[in-house]
Design a protein around this ligand. Structure first.
Ligand SMILES: Nc1ncnc2c1ncn2[C@@H]1O[C@H](COP(=O)(O)OP(=O)(O)O)[C@@H](O)[C@H]1O
Ligand SMILES: [Mg+2]
Length: 255
């Protein structure tokens, strides 16, 4: 669904991604894990078309989108849930959903996602429909950011640190939600600073170090041998210990 070939990108200040190759299979969840500053956001924004590609290739479902601007990539089925959520503090949940649905109106006749269907997926948003962005908890804001992206009718959803700053129980809700999305026809690329979320939601994990792929593993490999991720990230096993996210069977309902 997503193919990056020798992707190089960055800012006026310098190159951040150095010839990155990455393949994300349709219907899979793929995670990119790296420390702060590794280039995760730059990668996601380059795929979304918000950071220009210096060289290399971005393809979605076999179509080369490298030269397309961000709005055309959105039309081509790339959805973005940005780091920090970017919820409007003064708009209600319902207003966010109505606006996001309106933006995707070209595809509305065939729309898989409507304000009603995202509220079915995320009943918490239905309960909070009249609340303004600033009144929502971090977890509710994250659900709203995901709902808004779904209303653009994406095939490929990019999630940039979706559990940043959230309490552990809410992290599990978001992880459960992410795992349900492939069954609804989505392919997911998710960025995270540590392997815990990645191994909880993804099939494959790419370790990003200073804008280069420092290893690719299956989540099963990393669950069995967490030291592989630690070594690829450049530190000794045990140096970055963190509680595991509960296994599928232990996680409660998504909302
Ligand atoms: N808008 C920007 N302009 C210039 N440099 C940036 C910008 N955004 C990020 N960078 C730099 O790019 C590098 C990678 O940052 P980023 O992609 O945000 O990493 P991550 O998301 O993994 O923390 C860092 O050195 C950062 O300072
Ligand atoms: Mg980032």
């Amino acid at each position: 669904m997503l193919s990056l070939g020798s992707l190089t990108a960055g800012y006026d200040g310098g190159t951040v991604l150095h010839g990155l190759d990455l393949e994300v299979a349709a219907g899979s969840v793929h995670a990119v894990v790296g420390h702060n500053g590794a280039g995760k956001t730059t990668l996601i924004q380059t795929v979304a078309g918000l950071v220009p590609t210096a060289s290399g290739r971005v393809s979605v479902a076999g179509a080369d989108v490298t030269r397309l601007p961000a709005h055309r990539r959105a039309q081509a089925g790339i959805g973005l849930v940005p780091q920090g959520r970017r919820v409007f503090p003064g708009l209600t949940v319902q207003e966010h959903l109505t606006l996001a649905f309106g933006r995707g109106r070209r595809r509305r006749e065939a729309a898989q996602w409507t304000p009603d269907s995202v509220k079915e997926l995320l009943p918490r948003l239905a309960e909070r429909a009249g609340h303004r962005g600033r009144q929502l908890s971090g977890g509710e804001q994250q659900m709203l950011a995901i709902a808004r992206a779904l209303l653009g009718q994406p095939r490929l959803l990019l999630l940039d640190e979706p559990t940043e700053g959230l309490a552990p129980l809410i992290v599990q809700d978001i992880a459960t939600l992410i795992r349900t999305l492939p069954a609804r026809g989505l392919t997911i690329l998710v960025a995270a600073p540590r392997p815990a979320l990645a191994v909880a939601v993804a099939e494959r994990v790419t370790i990003l170090v200073a804008g280069r792929a420092a290893g690719e593993f299956t989540a099963a490999q990393l669950r069995e041998r967490p030291e592989l991720a630690a070594a690829a990230m450049g530190h000794a096993a045990g140096a970055d210990q963190e509680p595991a996210i509960a296994d599928r069977a232990d996680v409660g309902s998504a909302t």
